[in-house]
Design a protein around this ligand. Structure first.
Ligand code: ZN
Ligand code: ZN
Length: 271
């Protein structure tokens, strides 16, 4: 696959950051990933685990679109805090893009007045503060210049992977998944893909737990990558369980998969 031509000196096409969700004993951001939230171009969040606690002031002022792949708490934990912070100043609602199944869980179990207020029913001086945008599996939708497709993957609750493109650069997110097929078919059907963000939760020694909880190990990640018909994209491993991080990284490195690296929180990656 030929990478798209870019003019010398032109700005990066798509910028992606995994927000930090852990600190070390000195108070600095550490590499363990306990929550999931990717920020695309400082404007769109993919999941909201650490959205309410780890965004910069700039990101807090620019992110108004949030895609939720599934409602597990490590993916939505601080979504209420993000909106709470912005409550009085929002001049447009924060849009939550999700399948109807996910929206139903968020309304029933998170924004249910008991755990937190139902922001979808509240207004500030400017109008509504949060609204849902239902997305449909395998149907493109648009957020600004980004085209997004949600593809159902195989997890313990209804979950979608994502393919996001600005027309030039294309990136794919597996979200949380066990072995799956439709996601790989969709990735293979793209004209080009620049980067793949794929989960690798548990070490190989915990294959049973990985399967029971619908996650991947380095071994099953390798088996999944065999379904990928393109070889020259960047592969970033994410969602490594902090307790087993060293073991998982050693096992990933031992696979010698070209272009594979472990994604570091806080770093902005450009594609
Ligand atoms: Zn999950
Ligand atoms: Zn997760």
């Amino acid at each position: 696959m030929a990478l798209p031509e870019r003019c010398f000196g032109s700005p990066p096409i798509v910028k992606i950051q995994l927000l930090p969700s852990s600190i070390d004993s000195t108070g600095q951001c550490s590499p363990e990933q306990r929550l999931t939230c990717f920020v695309v171009d400082d404007h769109v969040a993919i999941d909201a685990g650490s959205l309410g606690i780890s965004t910069s002031d700039h990101q807090r002022s620019t992110i108004r679109d949030v895609i939720i792949t599934h409602p597990h708490i490590d993916h939505v934990a601080s979504l209420p805090i993000f909106i709470d912070d912005l409550f009085s100043s929002l001049q447009q609602p924060v849009k939550i893009y999700a399948t109807q199944e996910v929206i139903d869980v968020l309304e029933r179990d998170l924004f249910n007045w008991a755990l937190y207020p139902r922001f979808s029913e509240l207004r500030n001086d400017y109008g509504r503060i949060m609204e849902y945008v239902q997305v449909f599996p395998n149907q493109k939708f648009f957020i600004g210049r980004l085209q997004v497709t949600a593809i159902p993957v195989s997890h313990s609750v209804p979950t979608v992977g994502l393919i996001i493109s600005d027309g030039t650069s294309t990136v794919a997110f597996s979200s949380d998944t066990a072995k799956t097929d439709s996601f790989w078919a969709a990735v293979n059907a793209e004209t080009s893909v620049d980067a793949l963000f794929i989960e690798s939760s548990f070490p190989n020694s915990m294959t049973q737990l990985a399967e029971a909880s619908y996650h991947l190990t380095p071994q099953s990640l390798q088996e999944e990558l065999a379904k990928l018909e393109r070889q020259d994209l960047d592969i970033l491993a994410v969602h490594i369980k902090p307790t087993f991080r060293t073991e998982v990284i050693e096992e990933l490195n031992a696979l010698n998969i070209p272009h594979l690296r472990v994604m570091k929180p806080g770093i902005v990656y450009e594609f």
